[in-house]
Design a protein around this ligand. Structure first.
Ligand code: IPE
Ligand code: IPE
Ligand code: MG
Length: 229
């Protein structure tokens, strides 16, 4: 099996998972966090070099305040609680998104995680928070304007994204069945292979990740050219 170097995941379906059980949506988000802890280790075990997950979109502020506040608290607490184990496992933490706009406690917890693990050589785990694909491209263009670029080439955009050193995702997984992109990695995902899983995120397992990678390894990537051989 050809293991994808970089897997990106749209972790969707936490709310539906909870609602189907008559539970508050935030319980679904808590279960989703439990899943994520396992999946980071699973990805590492499979030999995936980069794992990028969509945890909160730039558009998710449109949700009720209670859900938004609960999510911010959950993510901040998780960032604090998980740091030691992540560091022990040689995981390198990154973030993507307009981090300066999230509550300070969350921003500080994330910055500590990134700083503490920056020299680790294991899997690179990127948490996308207040992330929008369009916003990322706009931010890159504004950086280029500030640098005085007279005109813009594709390489200029690529090298001014939030994490320009991270390769583009090979495999993009979305859980909970929706066949849409929801403003995730618009630039980097131009040639990603898509796998949509019907299960909601809280039910996603190591085996599901392995199956998605297996499906990926059967795909023929062409990047606009012709298949090799
Ligand atoms: C994904 O689950 C997590 C976030 C967007 C924060 P949802 O909360 O979107 O779950 P559904 O789509 O309502 O089931
Ligand atoms: C995408 O899911 C964002 C995250 C998983 C964080 P959404 O649930 O926000 O996407 P839509 O609204 O169904 O497109
Ligand atoms: Mg959703």
């Amino acid at each position: 099996m050809t293991v994808p170097a970089h897997v990106a995941i749209i972790m969707d379906g936490n709310g539906r998972w909870a609602e189907e059980r008559g539970l508050p949506r935030l319980v679904g988000h808590r279960e989703g966090y439990r899943t994520l802890r396992q999946i980071i280790l699973s990805a590492d075990k499979l030999g995936i070099g980069y794992l990028t997950v969509y945890a909160f979109s730039a558009e998710n502020w449109r949700r009720p305040k209670e859900e938004v506040d609960g999510l911010m608290q959950l993510i901040a607490q998780a960032a604090i609680d998980e740091l030691r184990v992540m560091h022990q496992n040689n995981i390198r933490i990154r973030t993507a998104g307009r981090i300066h706009e999230v509550p300070e406690s969350l921003r500080e917890a994330l910055e500590r995680g990134v700083e503490t693990t920056k020299n680790n050589s294991g899997i690179t785990f990127t948490l996308c928070i207040n992330y929008g694909g369009r916003a990322e491209i706009v931010d890159a263009v504004n950086l280029l304007i500030a640098k005085g670029s007279p005109s813009i080439r594709e390489e200029d955009i690529s090298s001014n994204l939030y994490n320009p050193d991270i390769p583009e995702p090979d495999l993009l997984i979305r859980t909970a069945g929706e066949m849409r992109w929801s403003n995730f990695l618009l630039w980097q995902g131009a040639y990603s292979e898509l796998v949509v899983v019907q299960k909601p995120w809280p039910e996603f397992t190591f085996e599901d990740l392995r199956e998605a990678c297996e499906e990926y390894s059967k795909r023929t990537r062409k990047f606009g050219g012709l298949a090799e051989g």
